[in-house]
Design a protein around this ligand. Structure first.
Ligand SMILES: C[S@@+](CC[C@H](N)C(=O)[O-])C[C@H]1O[C@@H](n2cnc3c(N)ncnc32)[C@H](O)[C@@H]1O
Length: 284
């Protein structure tokens, strides 16, 4: 029998995998994740409830519109962060740290420059489930992959150092689908830890949706297919993220989701607002 997927916030990673599996089936897909469906299948085979397949995706009105926007956000962000990470690795960041890696299969599906080390940090239960599914599939990583079971609100830098991360060398950091699940205080503490471990030339990226208003978040909490995620949202750094980065020695740049989607030739609903921040660690 398949290993049970973990509960709570860790289970949100399954919802993202479901959307990546859906995108991977499209003829005009923006990426191909051959492991996403395996995670979803393993969760469905295991004891405990399977993730709901977009319960209100077919429903008319605002629920369907918000579900479509959520799908679009995950797809565009996956493609954008694929490009960000491979460009950073090719540009000299030979260490890649996926903060809250979830069921992200980039270590397996992207072409990494030789010598790239990818560290996947997430909670222990999630990583155990992920590795069991990947092992059952005989998945082989395209880089030197190291999992780091740790709580990103606690002493994760020690766990990362013990896993072999070298703070003297530049790294590409990614916090995808994470900060919104943290309070502003925890998000600030996490990014301060990232900053301390970032040699000049390091890069950092995460989502930034200054127009994701409290009203929009409240609406998402009312919808069956989004309630699973939205009930766990704590807001992260919110609107302050660019200033936070600039104040802590990073050079931030905003990338608007709608403009990226147009560049990918993928129409997205108007609700899919916001975008992404990338930031470069300058010389001190
Ligand atoms: C929505 S998923 C995103 C996963 C992945 N980045 C992606 O986009 O596919 C959120 C992830 O954050 C992880 N997470 C949430 N809080 C965490 C914490 N305090 N420490 C470590 N991981 C955490 C969960 O386990 C889950 O894998």
């Amino acid at each position: 029998m398949a290993q049970a997927p973990p509960d709570g916030v860790q289970r949100t990673a399954l919802g993202v995998a479901m959307l990546r599996a859906r995108e991977s089936r499209r003829a005009d897909r923006l990426f191909d994740d051959p492991y996403a469906q395996a995670f979803v299948d393993a969760a469905a085979d295991s004891p405990g409830p399977a993730p709901k397949a977009g319960a209100d995706a077919a429903a008319p009105g605002p629920a369907a519109a918000l579900s479509a926007a959520f799908y679009a956000r995950v797809v565009i962000r996956t493609r954008f962060f694929d490009t960000y990470l491979t460009a950073a690795a090719s540009g000299g960041c030979s260490q890649v740290v996926l903060l809250a890696a979830g069921l992200d299969a980039r270590a397996f599906r992207l072409a990494w420059p030789p010598g790239t080390r990818v560290f996947e940090v997430d909670l222990p239960g999630l990583l155990a489930f992920k590795d069991a599914v990947l092992a059952a599939r005989g998945a082989a990583s395209q880089c030197e992959r190291t999992t780091v079971p740790a709580d990103l609100r606690a002493d994760w830098p020690v766990a990362l150092a013990e896993a072999g991360f070298d703070p003297a060398r530049p790294a590409a950091w990614l916090a995808e689908g994470l900060l919104i699940y943290l309070t502003a205080e925890d998000a600030g503490r996490l990014l301060a830890g990232v900053t301390e471990l970032s040699a000049p030339g390091s890069q950092l990226s995460f989502e930034h949706s200054p127009v994701a208003t409290a009203a929009l978040m409240d609406r998402a909490r009312q919808m069956p297919s989004l309630h699973r995620y939205a009930s766990l949202w704590q807001g992260g750094l919110g609107e302050d993220a660019p200033r936070w980065l600039a104040d802590h020695g990073w050079q931030p740049r905003f990338h608007e989701l709608a403009a990226l989607a147009a560049g990918y030739d993928r129409p997205v609903p108007v609700q899919a607002r916001g975008g992404f921040l990338t930031a470069l660690r300058a010389q001190p």
